[in-house]
Design a protein around this ligand. Sequence first.
Ligand SMILES: C[S@@+](CC[C@H](N)C(=O)[O-])C[C@H]1O[C@@H](n2cnc3c(N)ncnc32)[C@H](O)[C@@H]1O
Length: 358
Amino acid sequence: MFDLGRAIDALLPQAKGKPAAMMHLARLMRRDGQHQRALVACRQALALAPDDPDLAAQARAVLGAGVPSWHFSIVRDAARNAAYDAALRRAVRPGTRVLEIGTGTGLLAMMAARAGAAEIITCERDPIIAEIAQEIIARNGFADRVRVVVKHSDALDVAADLRGPVDLLISEIISNDLLAGDVLPVHERAVRALLKPGGGVIPASGLIRAALAEDLRDETAGLGVIDGFDLSPFNNLAPPSWKIRVDHPSLQLRGEAVDLFGFDFASGRYCAEARVSMPLQSFGGRVTGIAQWILLQMDDSGSYENTPAPDAQSCWAVLVYPFPRPIETAPGQRVGISASHDRHHIMIWLDDTHLDGS
Ligand SMILES: C[S@@+](CC[C@H](N)C(=O)[O-])C[C@H]1O[C@@H](n2cnc3c(N)ncnc32)[C@H](O)[C@@H]1O
């Protein structure tokens, strides 16, 4: 069977000193999962031809492959950053040892260092992101207190990697529906195995919030007849929810926000799958689905919420779960919905079966 790793090793001596060949090998190394070698090969190629724009573009493609573009927007979310920074300043004491799950750029780890933490261990599952984060941390003068460990948090060993349980656990592995980043299993394991009993957790808890909404975008309405052809069966393949920016003018809330599910990240206890059904009262008007967003309770004093509003800004999108068809509602009319989560994802749907008299 063809062995890509052996082929790369065989080609390496011939590629030495040749920038294009070295970049080609970097691409193969990335494909073969040899992330750190790919980074070194990219840098060698660029050093051989620093002014070659083709090579620079290829290097970005090789290194950035698989790195989500949201890394560039989350660090620009000033409210998110301020919520973490304030919570860290409240939690960190002289001597505090911190574990961060999910280094990314290293921003939160450096905030913890700036707040005065004695030691920060930050784990990152992506080796190329980890390597670049190390460079950023050194560039900003925090390499003496911030240590990047290239591991998924589940693989961290409390003695070998942390030199004992930490005082404070921080993370920002939160997705638009709160749960998709494995936030529940990751916290349950980390709190039990890596944190001192009673240690701090930032964020301490989270809520999934929702409201009746109208989404005016064409692309989220179901398919019908297009160019004379009935495409409606394709609606069976539609995604359960559609992302929309918090300030998008096409999103109108049609009712008060409700809390669907709450999660305690700090307890370490297993959080079981759950389902709820409830009536939502409409302000009146056309309702096309349910808008869902998140609230992060950083600690007893601070929180972050990406509530949709015309002047709001957030790196987290709102998710709209569309109804099978729009409903024209009167003010005060109750619309029944159900929601469930399986610890990893949530679902929300129109469900009038539990409303009195329906
Ligand atoms: C949303 S980013 C946050 C980056 C940075 N902490 C910040 O808040 O700006 C999450 C990062 O954590 C990493 N990650 C997610 N889950 C992880 C886990 N359980 N263990 C290690 N790294 C993880 C991802 O690869 C990604 O780089």
